[in-house]
Design a binder for this molecule. Structure first.
Ligand code: ADP
Ligand code: MG
Length: 225
């Protein structure tokens, strides 16, 4: 069973001038512990695709299976729990809470599962160590650089030991050197933890380092070498 399996996925959005077909019959499989980079022009539907496999949005038609389940059959509360336990997200903007420390931000996904324990805090600190910020746990986002904030966001995405990690232009707000190191960090974590990684990116250098690459064009995936 592949953790991500998409068959004939379509997504249309209603607009005042009729419906807009953004995804037009996408097929994709990502194997356990595998990785996939999705490139394509702005507005081509990359985020829409990522949101659907991340269970944040519903398909219009087609079959989407995440870890062997059809998540869209789950009731809202169950779906939120499924997402929280199995999928980690990294977005272009870090979305850290400014009033919390780096360590507290990393712990957030565990809060949904009940009371935060000492072991949660220890895990957050060890994740911060893994992303190279072991000595920054007490810093607030304003006291960190852009690259460091994104590292905290990566640590937060891994807090609940998800088996799927989804990243939407994770290097889009970073300078070249930071983009390079965040991209490599995601790939290193994917291979070390056997996490399945899907990454939307505009960064061709980053996409080239993935085992599988597709370009989203007119609602379809075109495989890239
Ligand atoms: P990308 O991430 O590749 O830049 P998106 O997936 O964000 O593209 O958007 C693809 C297209 O779908 C865009 O034209 C966008 O305007 C449209 N779109 C996205 N979300 C909605 C929505 N909720 N309602 C209507 N149109 C939308
Ligand atoms: Mg996008």
């Amino acid at each position: 069973m592949n953790p991500i399996s998409v068959k004939n996925l379509t997504k249309t959005f209603p607009t005042p001038v009729g419906s807009l077909e953004i995804l037009a019959g996408i097929n994709a499989e990502v194997e356990p512990g595998g990785n996939l980079a999705v490139v394509g022009p702005s507005g081509s539907g990359k985020s829409t695709f990522l949101h659907i496999i991340g269970t944040l949005d519903h398909p219009s038609a087609g079959v989407v299976s995440v870890l062997g389940e059809n998540p869209f059959e789950l009731a809202e509360a169950k779906l939120a729990e499924f997402r929280n336990q199995n999928i980690g997200f990294v977005f272009q903007d870090h979305h850290l809470l400014p009033q919390l420390t780096a360590c507290e931000n990393v712990v957030i996904p565990a809060v949904a599962q009940g009371k935060v324990s000492e072991s949660h805090r220890n895990r957050a600190i060890s994740l911060l160590q893994r992303v190279g910020l072991g000595d920054r746990g007490d810093h607030r986002p304003a006291q960190l650089s852009g690259g460091e904030r994104q590292r905290v966001a990566v640590a937060r995405a891994l807090m609940n030991q998800p088996s799927i990690l989804l990243a939407d232009e994770p290097t889009g707000s970073l300078d070249r050197a930071n983009a390079e190191s965040i991209g490599q960090l995601l790939l290193d974590l994917q291979s070390q933890d056997d996490v399945t990684l899907v990454c939307v990116t505009h960064n061709d250098d980053l996409a080239q380092r993935f085992d599988h690459k597709v370009r989203l064009e007119q609602g379809q995936f075109v495989e890239l070498k």
